[in-house]
Design a binder for this molecule. Structure first.
Ligand code: PLP
Length: 241
């Protein structure tokens, strides 16, 4: 299958899930996760109409960005180290993996310095996996409130990386819990906080994630094929400090 055929299939499955859940068409946007894949393959997806791309390393994202059309929205989906923030700010549409006040403070500081506003998502470790980054669900409301007071940074919603599984139904409870958490936080009406975005679902489970309310799904393998590095376990420290 070509990239364009894969995209059609993934998009059809997103549309089916939206319909099944009684959600409006286009309520979920596909992010094509292009990490480790060459610019030529990204261009193929771009020509097929994709404008949202996800990368998990700052250097790879900024290098690809320079070579590709400027209307692409780049999503930083990996764990972000504070010492890399300065290279990312101004080059990214949305940072998905913010899970500490210290990281948010660095994003805020760099954004002020560059006179830009930066949108972020709070990463939640919905399944409580020890190997994963992300704030504990019970700590998330307090973290959101603390980050909301920082200048030049805006929380747009929540993100989670569910456990790897062959059976997507096993992850439904985590997606449902993330949605519920976003509803709970919305009720608090925190200034400078929106909960309009839910980034959840990958190649193996994006259909279930869309049924449970995902507004972004992050699909790599299902579009570009298997990766030679950075396989299923994608949330570990990608670079050394
Ligand atoms: C790599 C990655 C994905 C895509 O994973 P696939 O299983 O290839 O679809 C999604 N989200 C994050 C955070 C990733 O690192």
């Amino acid at each position: 299958m070509t990239i364009s055929e894969n995209l059609t299939e993934v998009q059809n499955r997103i549309d089916d899930s939206l319909r099944r859940a009684g959600r409006p068409p286009q309520a979920a946007t596909l992010i094509a996760v292009s990490k480790t894949k060459p610019v030529s393959m990204i261009l193929e997806a771009y020509r097929a109409g994709i404008r949202d791309f996800g990368e998990n390393k700052v250097q790879e994202l900024t290098e690809k960005r320079e070579q590709l059309p400027s209307d692409i929205r780049w999503h930083m989906i990996g764990h972000l180290q504070r010492n890399k923030v300065k290279y990312l700010i101004g080059n990214v549409a949305l940072i998905h993996g913010v899970d500490s006040l210290r990281l948010a403070e660095e994003i805020s500081r760099e954004s002020v310095k560059k006179s830009v506003e930066t949108d972020i998502l709070i990463e939640v470790n919905a399944a409580g996996e020890e190997s994963k980054f992300g704030a504990a669900p019970e700590e998330t409301p307090a973290l959101v409130e603390a980050i909301s007071r920082l200048p030049a940074v805006h929380i747009k919603g929540l993100m989670t990386i569910a456990p790897y599984t062959e059976n997507p139904e096993e992850n439904r409870k985590y997606f449902r819990a993330l949605k519920q958490l976003s509803v709970d936080i919305t009720r608090k009406n925190v200034d400078n906080v929106s909960m309009s975005v839910l980034s959840m679902g990958m190649t193996n489970d994006f259909g279930v994630a869309v049924e449970e309310g995902a507004t972004y799904v992050r699909v790599g393998t299902g579009i570009f094929g298997l990766r030679s590095r950075g396989s299923a376990v994608t949330d570990g420290p990608a670079d050394s400090e």
